[in-house]
Design a protein around this ligand. Structure first.
Ligand code: 6PG
Length: 227
């Protein structure tokens, strides 16, 4: 069961998340000289990324990677890279960014990123994850079998009109030294409650974090309180 940090609302979540990210980054730099961080997309982490970008971190020693990417060009409004650039990278004096190539398609993009990880990432110091209303995490979508795929990086067809995705695989996510999961809002409450209850992982892929000792869930009252 992940450690649970309960916060009042999305504003407090952004503050706590940015502080925790900063601690992990500083610790990694102090211990290994470099911090390797995998970032999620979606709307939840943006405010935390903006606070982190203002926190005078040692950007030269940070290496930024992605948890997942939508198969769109990097300048698309749907691109996780574009969002992280806007919210974080553009605020830093230097940003060493290793993006997933969504524009290459899911299969080629996943192959490219697996090769890149094998070269650049012995282990992530920090993974920033989210949970979708349907229980997905990263781009491991329910009912697709992606959560069972042992590959470092997986190509996912989420269905439901969503574009194909590239996603870190479960083994890569769970091997991180620290996983920080950010969840806000009443719409996420049912999925979060399921994610915190053992059961079929393909039905609720966010259950992969249940046995992760290195995981911290930061969630607001609305996401944690059944209605
Ligand atoms: C993505 C994400 C995804 C996200 C959840 C939550 O590309 O969509 O990386 O896994 O974390 O869907 O998204 P929200 O923060 O927008 O609710």
């Amino acid at each position: 069961m992940p450690e649970i940090v309960r916060v009042a609302d999305a504003g407090e979540l952004a503050v706590r998340a940015s502080q925790l990210m900063r601690e992990c980054i500083d610790q990694a730099i102090a211990t290994r000289g470099v911090a390797r961080v995998a970032l999620s997309g979606g709307s939840t982490p943006g405010a935390a990324y903006r606070l982190l970008g203002q926190s005078a971190l040692d950007a030269e020693r940070c290496r930024w990677f992605f948890v997942d990417e939508r198969c769109v060009p990097p300048d698309s409004e749907r691109s996780n890279y574009r969002a992280a650039k806007r919210d974080l990278f553009d605020a830093l004096p230097v940003a060493h960014v290793f993006r997933m190539q969504g524009e290459a398609g899911a299969q080629a993009g996943a192959r490219h990123y697996a090769e890149l990880l094998a070269r650049e990432v012995p282990c992530f110091d920090l993974v920033v994850a989210g949970i979708g209303d349907d229980g997905h995490t990263a781009s491991l979508f329910p009912g697709t079998g992606a959560v069972r795929d042992p590959a470092l990086v997986v190509a996912v067809e989420p269905g439901g009109g969503l574009e194909p995705r590239i996603s870190l695989g479960r083994s890569t996510l769970l091997a991180a030294r620290r996983i920080v999961i950010l969840v806000t809002g009443a719409a996420k409450q049912p999925a979060l409650a399921q994610a915190l209850t053992a059961g079929d992982e393909d039905a609720v892929p966010a259950r992969i974090y249940l046995r992760a000792e290195s995981a911290t869930l930061i969630a607001d009252e609305a996401a944690l309180t059944p209605r």
